[in-house]
Design a binder for this molecule. Structure first.
Ligand code: NAP
Length: 283
């Protein structure tokens, strides 16, 4: 197929590497000329340019820009596309994107590959990034089923496990397992950095921090833009999960204040039981 990719960063670049390996012709557009050049040198694309005109012969276009630019990019792209071209995106939040793009292009399949690293930009692109990872499609009632099938087959050919759900269900689910953990981990780091008033103890804490702290602080100490994007674009679902989290934290505090050891034991037995259900697909 002739496949277009707009935004040759971590996700767009990784898609290009794998799609070319599968024998597709890949056309790439990015904002900066240097990125287009590096993408060509690294074998991410067959052709690249900063001009969206390059997408005129694409049968499928993946929009892989930062989330705020996905809808504006589609708006600029539409005049160049063949009438039967399929647009799909990789944005980490789906509701606002579906609402903005569906009126612009009926042949639009919203998508979210659940894979990534802490790095960004074309240099971060990796082969096989999507192998064994979930790839979620969130079509709505008006999304053509043939277009969904095409994107599902492409996602499967990358080695991904394809899931389909409503955009709202996607945003609510990722709020629990991705966006809430980022906020909890960030507030943990904030509490540790601001809460201790004795500088000697604070320094000692930093020296004693080990693997447990490394694991629980990892997602809160990552790219600030990603956390901001989650708060801005998934605000209602994130707030909903944060309110529930605040209640569970308050319940734990009350149990400790009341020295309710059986209550705490019961809570911790429950959390030990549910964790494997959430991480069973991870190696
Ligand atoms: P990224 O590495 O920063 O890549 C985004 C690329 O978009 C940049 O390299 C930039 O290219 C390009 N770009 C910026 N403005 C543009 C424009 N106006 N026109 C064309 N290209 C433009 O970010 P990413 O992590 O790949 O994220 C991209 C998308 O994937 C986001 O929507 C995000 O929600 C989604 N996503 C991310 C992850 C993750 O873990 N990172 C996982 C799943 C989905 P230049 O170098 O040319 O400026």
């Amino acid at each position: 197929m002739n496949i277009g990719i707009v935004g040759l960063g971590l996700i767009g670049g990784s898609l290009g590497l794998d799609l070319r390996s599968l024998g597709h012709q890949v056309l790439g557009v990015s904002r900066r000329q240097t990125t287009c050049r590096v993408a060509k040198e690294r074998g991410i694309v067959d052709e690249s340019d900063v001009d969206l005109k390059l997408m005129a012969s694409a049968e499928v276009v993946f929009i892989c820009t930062p989330i705020a630019l996905i809808a504006p990019t589609v708006q600029q792209l539409v005049p160049y596309l063949a009438a039967d071209a399929i647009i799909t995106d990789v944005g980490s939040v789906k509701m606002p994107i579906v609402e903005a793009i569906s009126p612009l292009w009926p042949n639009f399949v919203p998508g979210h590959p659940m894979a990534g690293t802490a790095e960004t930009g074309v240099d971060a692109a990796l082969r096989n990034l999507f192998v064994g990872r979930p790839y979620v499609l969130t079509p709505i009632a008006t999304t053509p089923s043939g277009a969904v099938e095409t994107i599902a087959q492409l996602a499967q050919s990358l080695g991904s496990q394809v899931y389909q759900c409503a955009p709202q269900a996607h945003d609510r689910a990722v709020s629990w397992i991705s966006h809430l953990p980022v906020m909890v981990s960030a507030s943990l780091l904030d509490a540790c950095a601001q809460g201790e008033t004795d500088p000697t103890v604070l320094e000692l804490a930093k020296q004693l921090a080990s693997s447990g702290f490394r694991d629980t602080s990892r997602v809160g100490g990552g790219n600030p833009e990603l956390g901001l994007m989650m708060a801005q674009y998934n605000r209602p679902e994130l707030l909903r999960s944060l309110y529930v989290y605040r209640k569970t934290l308050n319940d734990l505090i009350s149990q400790i204040e009341a020295e309710n050891w059986p209550g705490i034991q019961q809570t911790l037995e429950l959390t030990a039981q549910v964790r494997p259900e959430f991480v069973k697909n991870l190696t």
